[in-house]
Design a protein around this ligand. Structure first.
Ligand SMILES: *[C@@H]1O[C@H](CO)[C@@H](O)[C@H](O)[C@H]1NC(C)=O
Ligand SMILES: *[C@@H]1O[C@H](CO)[C@@H](O)[C@H](O)[C@H]1NC(C)=O
Ligand SMILES: *[C@@H]1O[C@H](CO)[C@@H](O)[C@H](O)[C@H]1NC(C)=O
Ligand SMILES: *[C@@H]1O[C@H](CO)[C@@H](O)[C@H](O)[C@H]1NC(C)=O
Ligand SMILES: *[C@@H]1O[C@H](CO)[C@@H](O)[C@H](O)[C@H]1NC(C)=O
Length: 403
């Protein structure tokens, strides 16, 4: 009898789970990056990178393009041109894969002849720690300061070690550019290991979000409130994300999609380039962030300075030294990006120009409504941004790569 009851309950659960998942698009919402790459016929490797402070990062490598992989079976990455691609806040290596081979940057880079390395920074699903678990408060004691000081250098060392190359290219998106600049400020010796840097929607100056940051961090003190509730990081439970993705975020039309309207209010509105099936993918694949990371961005917005964290949100302002950057930097921005706004990116560009490292600055593409997330999720991101970017990367490589 009890056994029967258990069976019934189990069956009920399976049905409920099936129904819930049926509401999600057929896209591979929870597939890992290696699974997605293999499914699309690309060779993929996983590399384990350990940082000096004990974090273990899983980095993904696509050593060759699809055609090459099919022809020879075992691609050899040696002697090729390698590029490291670094994700943004709430992101992972998956951001450069989810839109598929015609659109996402990884595939286009691999097919363009690059040995592609996709970083994962501490905090997301591809990271662990040798002594700490995600339930330890200390695990979450980091910001993009540590991404730049520990994670990226450790990843670069691994790439150089595995490929035998002496220098590589670096593409960063949003916070993946912040960590580039914090790295260069703290460890300028990495100028010698990079050929050039491409900054997509760089997050260095954020004066435009000062009102929002002041409201959230000062007026309602949201982070400390949530901390006191026992939330150790900015992270949604999987079942909650599934529920949200399957209900409010699953609308197929712009005017009913509450989710996207909220997201657009932060990143800039671009209904035309949004693929409606992707809303639930964006929400379900969203990665955790540390509170400190968010507060650190808040401090930069509130002080109007690209400052270190030092003694906290209201503590002393101590700018990162941007003049430590000595390699060529190319910047791409979105005309309608409300998060990393054009005016703020121009301020960064001017500073880099003054120290002689700015190579070029342009809109990511000609579409006037291009927003922050469009660099990853736009319907035409392959055609609009990523394919032209490969041509630009080739140019940087040919011009600045010297053995
Ligand atoms: C982790 O624990 C081991 C053993 O106690 C210790 O040797 C190591 O230094 C610790 N790692 C970190 C990053 O604290
Ligand atoms: C967090 O990290 C900072 C800088 O590494 C350190 O000064 C501080 O003591 C740490 N806090 C905790 C609670 O471990
Ligand atoms: C680089 O590779 C060599 C062996 O080929 C190994 O001994 C060394 O520890 C590696 N260094 C890093 C930083 O992974
Ligand atoms: C920043 O770095 C540059 C170049 O490395 C150096 O000349 C300058 O003194 C530094 N500025 C500060 C405030 O440390
Ligand atoms: C960079 O500086 C040069 C002169 O030093 C100036 O002509 C050019 O407009 C500047 N470019 C940007 C983007 O500020």
């Amino acid at each position: 009898m009890t056994e029967f009851k258990i069976t019934v309950i189990l069956a009920y659960c399976v049905i409920v789970i099936c129904i819930c998942h049926a509401q999600l698009p057929k896209k591979d919402v929870y597939a890992t990056v290696p699974q997605l790459l293999s499914k699309n016929g690309y060779p993929v490797e996983k590399h384990r990178v350990k940082t000096d402070d004990g974090y273990i990062l899983q980095v993904h490598r696509i050593p060759a393009g699809r055609r090459f992989a099919r022809r020879s079976g075992t691609p050899g990455g040696k002697g090729k041109k390698a590029v490291l691609v670094v994700h943004g806040l709430l992101g992972s290596s998956g951001d450069f894969v989810v839109m598929g081979p015609q659109s996402s940057l990884s595939y286009i880079l691999a097919d363009g002849g690059y040995d592609v390395w996709l970083a994962n920074l501490r905090g997301n699903m591809y990271t662990t720690h040798e002594n700490l678990t995600r339930n330890d408060e200390v695990f979450w004691n980091y910001s993009f300061h540590e991404h730049g000081k520990y994670d990226i250098p450790a990843i670069i060392e691994t790439v150089l070690n595995v490929t035998g190359l002496s220098k590589i290219l670096y593409i960063g998106y949003s916070m993946g550019t912040t960590s580039f600049f914090t790295m260069m400020s703290q460890r300028p010796e990495y100028n010698d290991k990079l050929i050039a840097f491409v900054a997509l929607a760089p997050a260095v100056y954020l004066d435009n979000i000062k009102p929002m940051a002041s409201f959230l961090l000062k007026s309602i003190d949201i982070v400390n409130t949530l901390r006191q509730q026992g939330m150790m990081s900015a992270e949604f439970r999987r079942d909650i994300k599934d529920f949200v993705a399957g209900s409010v975020c699953s609308a197929k039309h712009a005017q009913y999609d509450v989710c996207m309207r909220m997201i657009f209010s932060i990143v800039g509105e671009d209904y035309e380039q949004h693929v409606w099936d992707m809303t639930s993918v964006i929400v379900t694949r969203m990665q955790p962030a540390s509170w400190k990371q968010l507060e650190h961005f808040g401090k930069i917005a509130i002080t109007g300075t690209f400052t270190q964290w030092e003694d906290g949100l209201w503590g002393a302002v101590k700018p990162y030294n941007l003049s430590n950057v000595r390699i060529p930097v190319s910047i791409r921005y979105g005309e309608n990006d409300q998060l990393t706004e054009k005016s703020q990116i121009l301020r960064l560009a001017k500073e880099l120009n003054d120290t002689g490292t700015l190579y070029s600055i342009k809109p990511g593409c000609s579409w006037p409504k291009f927003n922050h997330l469009d660099f990853i999720f736009a319907r035409d991101v392959g055609k609009l941004v990523n394919k032209p970017l490969i041509t630009h990367l080739d140019e940087l490589y040919n011009k600045f790569h010297k053995e």
